[in-house]
Design a protein around this ligand. Structure first.
Ligand code: NAD
Length: 355
């Protein structure tokens, strides 16, 4: 005799795109962004307890597909993510992702979830965490250059965590700026649409660059960047894909997630291998200095690191109990006798034939 129904051990909670959106609206997007920022910061504080490796990237002419694993010894996670700047012209996203958490003690998956939305949330939360330590005190205005899929998330995280009240938008495609302005209407942010990157950065204490182009682009040149600003550079995150002129890096104090990955993928790929950088986790723990004074240019050379995804996954997992924002997937084969996997397969056939 056998039960045709999968056992509890076979089931893995799965958060679909629809359920992720329901969860975010249930909690409130600014609450999610603020709580995610704190969750990521808590994991940056225990940085040394994680397994770390640069992500495994498979490059092609059109884009990149990456796997991002990490573990804190109790829980393991990985994210699958792509980056294809040409995709939007074909009606597809530049970045899509999904990810998984597993128990290290058994190797069994504990959560499978969409991560396209979750990546936008965690990237924005990481930006806000960095800005909380590096942006000039009392910063109220952010320039947002590149108004694509990530843009509104970045703006709202800076509002929720850092108290930004004004966003100056610019994109080479005015339709992207119109879209972002429309989406942020009613958010409480003052929105200004600009006609050039130069115009967008006027009066901004924080400048976020979040463009997508598979080349060495120059979104900001040296003469555009005045003393005292914080630059949050999101879009340069692949070999051969940067946004800032190298002279800006020479004048800035550069903060990074994981140097072995950022030296391959970040803005600093343009610099010598020993170009000085500060690891963000050391600023968070107080081991290294963040912003020193009002004239310093700070630059967060963001590429996205696996620990941020780990934090985002464990945040979602903690919010699921008692909700219906997930489905159970029959994902793990669970024979009554763990060594009788083949017998389970045979009995399934018998069952098919008797129905
Ligand atoms: N650092 C991270 O953790 C992280 C996470 C997610 C995405 N990203 C990167 O951020 C970038 C943006 O992602 P997205 O999902 O918003 O992409 P997207 O394609 O939706 O939007 C990119 C926008 O940049 C604009 N753009 C391109 N060149 C420009 C230029 N020269 N000046 C002004 N605007 C320009 C495009 O018109 C488009 O609207 C991508 O490069 C992506 O790889 C980084």
């Amino acid at each position: 005799m056998f039960s045709p129904l999968p056992s509890a051990k076979a089931m893995v909670p799965f958060v679909s795109v629809d359920n992720m959106m329901r969860l975010v609206h249930h909690l409130g997007i600014e609450t999610v962004l603020a709580e995610l920022t704190d969750t990521i910061e808590a994991d940056f504080r225990r940085w040394e307890s994680f397994d770390k490796t640069p992500r495994v990237a498979s490059h092609s002419r059109d884009g990149v597909i990456e796997l991002m694993p990490t573990s804190d010894g109790r829980v393991y996670s990985f994210k699958y993510v792509n980056g294809h700047p040409k995709n939007t012209a074909e009606g597809l996203q530049t970045v899509t992702a999904f990810g998984l958490l597993a128990e290290v003690s058994t190797g069994y998956p504990a959560l499978l979830t969409e991560m396209t939305i979750l990546t936008a949330l965690r990237t924005a939360a990481t930006s806000a965490m960095a800005a909380r330590h590096l942006a000039p005190k009392g910063a109220r205005t952010m320039a947002m250059i590149g108004n694509g899929a990530q843009a509104e998330f970045q703006a709202l995280a800076m509002k929720a965590v850092c108290g930004i009240d004004t966003i100056r938008l610019y994109d080479i495609d005015p339709r992207a700026t119109e879209k972002a302005a429309r989406n942020l209407d009613g958010s409480g942010l003052k929105i200004l649409s600009c006609r050039s990157a130069q115009e967008a950065i006027e009066g901004a204490e924080i400048v976020t660059t979040c463009t997508a182009d598979k080349q060495f682009a120059t979104i900001l040149t040296d003469n555009m960047v005045g003393a005292g600003v914080h630059i949050n550079a999101i879009g340069g995150d692949c070999p051969g894909k940067t946004e800032l002129h190298r002279d800006i890096l020479q004048r800035s104090d550069v903060f990074v997630e994981y140097p072995p990955q950022t030296r391959i993928e970040g803005e600093i790929q343009q610099m010598a291998p020993d170009f000085p950088v500060t690891e963000l986790w050391k600023v968070v723990t107080g081991e290294a200095q963040g912003r020193r004074d009002g004239r310093q240019i700070t630059l967060f050379d963001s590429v996205g690191f696996a620990i941020e995804d780990f934090s985002a996954l464990r945040y979602v997992r903690a919010r699921l109990p008692g909700t219906d924002f997930y489905q159970n997937l029959d994902m793990i084969a669970d024979p009554d006798d763990p060594r009788d996997l083949f017998g389970m397969l045979l009995r399934a056939k018998e069952n098919e034939e008797t129905i």
